[in-house]
Design a protein around this ligand. Structure first.
Ligand code: NAD
Length: 256
């Protein structure tokens, strides 16, 4: 039977990694507004996570703070178990945590930067997913959404090669899960272009951002809320027969 084609997430429980800021924060709000119980994972951004908690609570959205460094397996497992204990189940996993460690062309890239890039962008998702799978499968219709990057197509601009490699591993991981976990869990990924979050405040100059804008047929960079809308679509029954897909949200910057 075809599930009802709706965005409604009432009764569902979502874990969004690295959700104190940026795309993760916008996704927490988008899923929560559709009725999901939101697990707010954060590592270093405690104040921002508490502020999101208050905002969700004000809107009567059920949520739970889940501090954990997702490169640490014990902390990661603990966060998943804490959410399931409190909320009773886990339906949706958004693998959003990640980041660009440092801009460096490959011949100047240290082993430390390379390894940390893979750890932050691929290993974190592996660890959370591994411990979330039994719970997602138990629901009979779990959903995983992985946050990739346009760099998986471009190879990474301006010294973002190690970051691109981490996201490339996450793309392959998406394909693996889409096969291994079906039909009980659907796994998809999103490939944002340039989203104006603290990621770019730290790693890009105003000139670089302007340059990315000029390369975009829609004439501007992406907003976090626009990525969150795709997260919501993939988390809902509106995407009930989408599995292993890659949604490009770059305003047309990458044209196949
Ligand atoms: P961001 O840097 O604002 O947020 C990333 C989050 O991940 C932060 O909350 C950070 O604390 C968290 N995180 C990092 N390491 C962690 C760890 N070990 N344990 C737990 N949490 C950890 O990034 P954003 O711009 O909101 O991007 C969100 C995701 O989308 C990231 O994976 C990023 O690589 C990806 N992305 C961003 C853009 C962009 O232009 N901003 C483009 C493509 C992809």
């Amino acid at each position: 039977m075809v599930p009802e084609q709706t965005l409604n997430l009432s009764g569902k429980v979502a874990l969004i990694t690295g959700s104190a800021v940026g795309i993760g924060r916008a996704s927490a709000l988008a899923l929560g507004k559709q009725g999901a119980f939101v697990g707010i994972n954060y590592h270093s951004s405690k104040d921002a996570a508490q502020s999101l908690y208050k905002e969700l609570a004000t809107q009567k959205i059920k949520c739970l703070l889940l501090p954990a460094d997702l490169t640490n397996e014990a902390e990661t497992k603990g966060a998943v178990e804490k959410l399931v204990k409190e909320a009773g189940r886990l339906d949706i996993l958004v693998n959003n945590s990640g980041g660009l460690v440092k801009r460096a062309k490959i011949e100047e890239c240290s082993l430390e930067t390379w390894s940390r890039s893979l750890e932050l962008n691929a290993t974190t998702a592996f660890l959370v997913t591994k411990h979330a799978i039994p719970h997602l499968r138990a629901t009979g219709s779990g959903r995983i959404i992985n946050l990739l990057s346009l760099s998986v197509q471009t190879g990474g601009a301006n010294g973002a090669g190690a970051y691109a490699a981490g996201k490339g591993a996450l793309m392959v991981f998406t394909h693996t899960l889409a096969k291994e976990l079906a039909p009980h869990v659907r796994t998809n990924s999103i490939m944002p272009g340039t989203v104006e979050t603290q990621h770019h405040e730290i790693h890009s100059t105003p000139e670089m951002l302007e340059n990315y804008r000029k390369q975009t047929p829609l004439g501007r960079n992406t907003m976090a809320e626009e990525v969150a809308s795709a997260v919501l679509f993939l988390a809902s029954d509106m995407s009930s027969h989408i599995n292993g897909a890659l949604i490009d949200i770059s305003g047309g910057r990458f044209l196949r």
